[in-house]
Design a protein around this ligand. Sequence first.
Ligand code: SF4
Length: 183
Amino acid sequence: MDKRFPKYTKAEPPDGHTGAGFFATTFDRVIGLARKNSIWPLPFATSCCGIEFMATMGAHYDLARFGSERLSFSPRQADLLMVMGTIAKKMAPVVQQVYIQMAEPRWVLAMGACASSGGIFDTYSVLQGIDRVVPVDVYVPGCPPRPEQVIDGFMKIQELVGKESLRRRYSQEYKELLMSYGI
Ligand code: SF4
């Protein structure tokens, strides 16, 4: 078994102060710990990368180890939009609509060359990266990326989720980011 991905993982406690009989940390970090270990992904799969994601969900790679076995096909009950596959320009407004329907806080992972940049399809009909329509937090390169890469990208998302300040979503900078996408 790959030692980087042990079969069972234990959530590490957040930074804080510990002593005899007590552990103190901040509210942000406790919320971050809970969120990062219970991310509900929404798989938006249009082509071959989606097949690789199916392998990631299967018993061998098993995304359930990260508290994420519950995929959501309803944007209202999802935290992480995972876009995998070629996105045609006609499909772009749908990706954005799904993103808008997700409740805050929400994160986005672009899996594979097509979702990240259009991939080999530099044509009139293909969106050259989903970051043209929604803000992306993590890009996973490859055509297709292997499940190990998907898990690595997912763990990067976990890092972001665990460290995110509770105030970030109310910040002017975040509002301006969304406004730049017309959201
Ligand atoms: S990046 Fe490669 S494997 Fe993934 S959807 Fe595009 S062509 Fe298919």
